[in-house]
Design a protein around this ligand. Sequence first.
Ligand code: OFO
Length: 172
Amino acid sequence: MLSKTIEASLNSQVRIEAESSQIYLAMACWAEVKGLEGVANFMYAQSDEEREHMLKLIKFINERGGHAKVSELKAPNVTFGSFKEMFEKLLEHEIFVSQSINELVHISLEERDYATHNFLQWYVAEQIEEEAVARNILDKINMIGDDKGGLYLFDRDIQNLTVTTTAIDPNA
Ligand code: OFO
């Protein structure tokens, strides 16, 4: 059974994952409109992945006697100054999510909820991976600079990065 504190904290993470999904969906749309299909596909997959993260939390809350709350979400940015800026925002956001997961882990220990602590380890590992992917992409963008040919190749190659973003079973 979840304590009220843990339930509320997990529910605020549900909201963060749902907002992440919307943020990346908006990025996908912007990239698609700008004609970078590879980047758009990558962001659509990221958006789906965030929804899976949200669902995994929802199932956990409900299965442990809590009630997962589906709430109103903050509207995301829908335009960006450049692709570099967009990926900088992505990394910034992932760092924010990692901090939020860390805080949750901290609360689970304070509450001596070892089942939730164990459950959260999956998110800890996932955040390491997501931050690494975002940094990797930014390194590539910095190398490309303003080179249009480089951007074309980047758009093609980013598709390979989606390998890690295949759907996660929310029941796993
Ligand atoms: Fe949910 O992993 Fe990114 O934010």
